[in-house]
Each structure stands twice: as C-alpha cells, then as structure tokens.
Design a protein. Structure first.
Length: 151
C-alpha cells in the first residue's frame, strides 16, 4: 500500500509560503495555515537582499516578483541614537540583477499564495490558530486548529 504525502505548514511568513509553493509545485498535497486573516502583521521585514532574491529567481518566481510593487535601493543610511552612523551605496555594477529592494511583505506573500493556489493540491487556511498536534503511532499525523478542524 502506497502512503500518500500530506504536508502541513504552520505559519505563512516568507519561509512557509515559499516552502508551500515548492511542495505544491512538486505535486505534494500541501496545507498552509496562518493565524492572521491577512498579511498586515505587527512585525515583518521588507527588504530583500541579493541572497534572498537569487533563490526566488532559481525557483522560477522572478517574473512574478518583478510584478510586486517594490523600490530598488540606491542607498541605505543607518542612524544610531538619531545620529547618522553609516551609508551604504548600492551600485548597479555590484549587484547586477539582484539589487536589494524594498518590497511590501503583504503583497509578496499574497503573490506566493496565489502562485501556490494554481496547484489543486494546495490549501490555504487563513485566520486559524494551531492548538494541538494529532499523533498516531508515535508520529505527528496532523494538527488541530482553533475551530477543531484537523489538517
């Protein structure tokens, strides 16, 4: 008997949404659970550096990423105790394609969820808190959310 795979990812931050996309694209049944109803969170990072942009290009999301509103950064100024401490200039010849950019994290995450939703094996549950793990035969076999549905 062949065991079917079903992956549940708790948390739709950048890591969870990218992983969900990759798993769904690979044909694995994937459920992404997020406790918030939208992506306007209390804490988030909104600058993507070259080390984060290149992998998105490698997994085929570059064109979609370019469509998300963003600003390519020319300079970053750092202030400590309200005093200018350092400036970093972002030259095109240093970064080429992967120049650091400010990007709206909510828009970025929505794009990733939309890309994942193109696959019929992907499910996204918004506004759900995971309350407990479901265990079977000494393994985690699922989760219980605040509305008592399991995934």
């Amino acid at each position: 008997m062949r065991e079917s795979k079903h992956v549940v990812i708790v948390g739709a931050g950048p890591g969870g949404t990218v992983l969900s996309y990759l798993l769904a694209k690979a044909g694995i049944r994937t459920t992404l659970i997020e406790r918030h109803h939208d992506f306007s969170r209390e804490f988030r990072g909104e600058v993507l550096m070259p080390g984060g942009l290149e992998p998105l290009d490698q997994i085929g999301l570059w064109e979609d990423l370019e469509k998300v509103p963003h600003v390519k950064l020319d300079r970053i100024n750092m202030f400590i105790n309200q005093r200018h401490a350092v400036s970093l200039e972002m030259r095109d010849n240093t970064y080429s394609r992967y120049k650091p950019r400010w990007i709206s994290q909510p828009d970025f995450l929505e794009m990733l969820v939309e890309k994942s939703a193109q696959y019929p094996n992907f499910t996204f549950l918004r506004g759900r808190r995971v309350r407990d793990l479901v265990r079977k035969n000494n393994r985690v076999a699922g989760v219980l959310t605040d509305n008592t549905n399991s995934a």
